[in-house]
Design a protein around this ligand. Structure first.
Ligand code: 5GP
Length: 179
C-alpha cells in the first residue's frame, strides 16, 4: 500500500473482477451494435482501458475533458476544456466516468451530449458516492457504491498524484491539504 494511504477501499483483484462483469453486461446489452465510449479525462483512463479490452462488441472511443475541481474541492461550475472529435448524432453513446459525486459533472455531460442527438446516451461509472448527490443522475452501469470519503487510485487523483495506483484507497489526513 502507498505510504500516503490510510486504507485500501477496493483491491486490484476486486476492481478487475467487477470491470469484467460490467463489460459482460454491457456487451450483452449492446449486442449487434457499435458503442461510442466517451471517456471523461483524466480519471477515466485506467477504467476505460480495462473495460475496453473486455468488451465483446464493436467500440469507438472518444474523450472529453471537463473542469470543476481544484485539489479536492469542487468549484461547482463545469466547463468543457476538450471536446469530442467525433459527431455522435445517431450513435449509441456510453459515457465512461471514474466517479459520480455531486452529479454536477454527469448532469452537464448528459445535457451537453443530448443536444447532439445520439441514438442512445447512458452512463457507466466505476464509483458512485450517492451521499454527496446534488442533482439526480440516471446511472445505468456502476461498479461500486462507496461512502463519503475522498478516494484516490485507478485514475483518481489528488493534485494529479496517485492515478497510477492499481487499487482505490483513502488518503491519510497528513497527505491532504484542505480536506
Ligand atoms: P461530481 O461533478 O459528480 O461532483 O464529480 C465528478 C468528478 O469529481 C470526478 O470525475 C472526479 O474527478 C472528481 N471527484 C469526485 N469525488 C472524488 C473523490 O473522492 N476522489 C477524487 N480523486 N476525485 C473525485
Amino acid at each position: 500500500m502507498h505510504e500516503d494511504l490510510q486504507e485500501i477501499l477496493i483491491t486490484e483483484e476486486v476492481l478487475q473482477e467487477r470491470v469484467q462483469k460490467l463489460a459482460a453486461q454491457i456487451s450483452r446489452d449492446y449486442k449487434g451494435r457499435c458503442i461510442t465510449l466517451v471517456g471523461v479525462l483524466k480519471g477515466c483512463v485506467p477504467f476505460l482501458s480495462d473495460l475496453l479490452k473486455r468488451l465483446e462488441v464493436d467500440t469507438n472511443v472518444d474523450f472529453m475533458m471537463l473542469s470543476s475541481y481544484s485539489g479536492s474541492q469542487s468549484t461547482g461550475v463545469v466547463r468543457t476544456i476538450l471536446d469530442l472529435k467525433q459527431n455522435i448524432e445517431k450513435k449509441d453513446v456510453l459515457i465512461v466516468e471514474d466517479i459520480v459525486d455531486s452529479g454536477l459533472t454527469m448532469g452537464y455531460m448528459l445535457k451537453n451530449l443530448s443536444t447532439r442527438q445520439p441514438r442512445s446516451l447512458e452512463i457507466c461509472t466505476l464509483l458512485d458516492k450517492p451521499s454527496c448527490r446534488k442533482t439526480k443522475v440516471p446511472i445505468k452501469y456502476k461498479g461500486f457504491v462507496i461512502p463519503e470519503k475522498f478516494v484516490v487510485g485507478y485514475g483518481l487523483d489528488y493534485n494529479e498524484l496517485y492515478r497510477n495506483l492499481p487499487y482505490i484507497g483513502v488518503l491519510k489526513k497528513s497527505a491532504v491539504k484542505g480536506l
